[in-house]
Design a protein around this ligand. Sequence first.
Ligand code: Z5A
Length: 212
Amino acid sequence: SNRHNEARGALIVLEGLDRSGKTSQSGRLLSYLAGLGYPVESWRFPDRDTSVGQMISSYLSNQSQLDDHTIHLLFSANRWEKRSLMEAKLKSGTSLIVDRYSYSGVAFSAAKGLDIEWCKAPEVGLLAPDLVAYLDIPPEKAAERGGYGGERYEQLEFQKNVAHHYKMLSDASWKMIDACLPMEDVEKQLKEMVLDCVTSCQKGKSISQLWL
Ligand code: Z5A
């Protein structure tokens, strides 16, 4: 449809621990917005399709070892290599639902003991989300869900530490959602906040940059 084409799209970020339901909800939000006639795409970080993304993927599956600072910068580079496309999409009116972003980058690396300000530095200048929805789940509950334990960071003690760093990064603008609720309840809450966000971006809210 033409009716949304002049307004910019919204940058919507889903964050949360492993198994909090980000991937499931991204798919549902994509269908929802598309069904309403909004141009929309679903993205995820890491984007494992680029050459940087392949290095990250091999690290996460324990096929390669990298210094903690090095992998941090690769995750950041993986966002930088998508920045101009991201901006072009938003300006042309396409909304993006992004599964993980800079907050994952900082929370995971800081949980390893890296300085949080050092972790934020390479993220400065990336596009700031219009909405950060945090799928909040106790690490013990997440660990009970299917498929946990395959990759490098999927360990309970580490996930607890990541949760702690997410809380330190969060601010009043984040929308916290109880991710232990049934999927449909989480979905209902997300749809409402996402539609609000898309509408306010259409009305001319400007695009800003991290970290403000
Ligand atoms: N990482 C990093 O260190 N630095 C960075 O900059 C970035 C990432 C961007 C890979 O991420 C790792 O990279 C990740 C962070 C780090 N490590 N960890 N942990 P990834 O995105 O590729 O992988 P992931 O986040 O671990 O995603 P996931 O496995 O896809 O989890 P999810 O998307 O949050 O959950 P899901 O797949 O939608 O659901 C998981 C299961 O729970 C599934 O069986 C669902 O059916 C079930 N589920 C979902 N919702 C519910 C509810 N509401 N009730 C009951 N069951 C549910």
